[in-house]
Every structure is written in structure tokens, then in C-alpha cells.
Design a protein around this ligand. Sequence first.
Ligand code: GDP
Ligand code: MG
Length: 163
Amino acid sequence: GIPQVAIVGRPNVGKSSLLNWLAGRRISVVDNNPGITRDRIVYLMEHDDRFFELVDTGGMGHIDTDNLTDDIENQITQAIDVASLIVFVVDTRSGVLPLDQEVARRLRYLKTPILCVANKTDDETFDAAAEEFFRLGHGRPIKVSTLQNRNRSVLLNRILAQL
Ligand code: GDP
Ligand code: MG
């Protein structure tokens, strides 16, 4: 079948923005409030004559701040069931937060390949800050900005190289 790429990360890092940016369309709801994505969003991507499905599972069901761990648990359970690759999204502007470490820990023993993507790396002045996510143990972060359209094809090529 068509390989699935699951987008995973704590609320507000830009998972839905990333899906929309890669899709080139507004598919998934973007909001300042964590947990706005209510359903699992699947989008069929084509790049370089190859196909894969992007899956945004963030914030499934009703989320409140006491239930962030459940939210992440849901995302990861969904992801390991179906994904050929996990895109682990983090936020360069916030830096490493405890919830990022929790996600990283939860992903550590999976057999599924993982790409760490440092979103909100809006320009070169943030590049050094993005490198901080290396210590989460999922490789060198790929620096992107959905807002500034930075490194879209770099990310797509890295995704395809892993599928
Ligand atoms: P999600 O909860 O992980 O799905 O995050 P969203 O996609 O809903 O985005 C959360 C917030 O981050 C929104 O206010 C977005 O506008 C903002 N955002 C997303 N990508 C970027 C980016 O590349 N740079 C900046 N500065 N903000 C971004
Ligand atoms: Mg979302």
C-alpha cells in the first residue's frame, strides 16, 4: 500500500501547519490553542512521482492541559500502528520543553524510523537554537519554517529517502 508518514509532537509546535504547508493546501486546522485538531487528518502527497500519506493525529478527542500526555500517547499509538516513518516536530522558538522530552522518550524504542523536524526556524538567526534538539536523541533536526517557507524540498527529500 501507500506508506504513511505520521506527524507527532506536543501541542502548538506546528504539526497541522506542517501538514498544510507540505500539502500546499489548508487541510488541517491551525490554531493558537493546543488541541484544536479533533480528528485524524490524512492527506495523499505526491512528490517526485512518488506517493505517501501524511497523517496529523495531534489533539485527537477532547484535550485539556491535564491530558497532554494522553494526547501524545494517542498520537504515538496511532503512528506505530500505521506509519512507515514518524516526523517528530519540535518548536525552535520555544526550545526543548519537558513535553518534547516526554515525546522523545516515548519514541525511543520504536522500530519505525524517525525524523526530527525543528519547525519555526524562521530565519538563520534561529539555526543555532534548532541544533539544541539534537540532544533529544532522534538525530540532527531538520530546520524548517512553515511560516517562512524554509526547506520544504529538503524535508520532502529526507522523507522520501526514508520510505
Ligand atoms: P499543532 O498544535 O502542533 O498542530 O500546531 P499548529 O499547526 O496549530 O500551530 C500552532 C501555532 O504555531 C500557530 O499559531 C501557527 O501559526 C504557529 N506556527 C506554525 N508554524 C510556524 C512557523 O514556521 N513559524 C512561526 N513563527 N510560527 C508558526
Ligand atoms: Mg494541530
